[in-house]
Design a binder for this molecule. Sequence first.
Ligand SMILES: Cc1ncc(C[n+]2csc(CCOP(=O)(O)OP(=O)(O)O)c2C)c(N)n1
Length: 274
Amino acid sequence: MTKDQVAELEGRAKEIRVLTIDAIGHLGVGHIGGAMSVADLLALLYFRRMDVDPKDPRRADRDQLVLSKGHAGPALYATLALKGYFPIEWLRTLNVGGTALPSHCDRNRTPGIDMTTGSLGQGISAACGIALGNRLASVGSRVYCVIGDGECDEGQVWEAAMFAAHYKLDRLTTFVDRNGMQIDGRTDEIMALGSLAAKWRAFGWFVQEVDGHDMGAMDGAIGAAALELGRPSMIILDTIKGKGFSIGEGKVESHNMSFGAEEAKKAIAALEGR
Ligand SMILES: Cc1ncc(C[n+]2csc(CCOP(=O)(O)OP(=O)(O)O)c2C)c(N)n1
């Protein structure tokens, strides 16, 4: 990637963060921490890597994303709005009655959402199913999946890990958003994960570890994953929970935080360097 391309993607990530803070601030409460930590990845996927068409969100051979940590939905909604799936104005309808944008992802309600998620552990299984289904249908597209590090406490994640390796799902690239925190504390204290890289390798995956706020590093890893044949790919992203949200950055409390429009305004000004 050139410097200009990196700068453009960083600009997109900033827009995603601004719109996510605005939407959650407008509502008054939401999962801001885990949304901020994946904003850079979402910018990279939707504005560089994924072959998708906002005018045809269900195109059979599109690349797909399963946001298994479905509570980060608001960041994905901001990304999809910027990409042109629906009007930016929808973002302020986050989680109000009758909305197309519920707090957690719902493929039946939101254009561009590929899988309904929110019950942790299930999304990665769904991603495996999509990848295997694509192979059976001779569809050559890629499936991306994002799980949380706290989500790795779920046994179902490891069933999916075995399944993907057994079926050699080499068109599946999964990311762990390793922000070191989950709902009620640091992952080290709640359920220590040890070496995640060693675990995923032991399950038969091609594993890379990169800085989840570094566009170039992530892009390189996604490229290397695409070249890997015969096994699924895991890219462990080292991230900061609440990244870019001045009130909550690096804090466990950012997980599901209450804040209003005024605080959102201040946080957005800080993010934009005003
Ligand atoms: C099966 C299930 N159990 C509990 C929850 C409630 N919950 C929502 S987010 C969360 C913590 C997830 O931590 P992590 O995966 O690290 O997410 P992140 O820190 O990236 O937001 C929990 C326990 C859930 N959504 N699903």
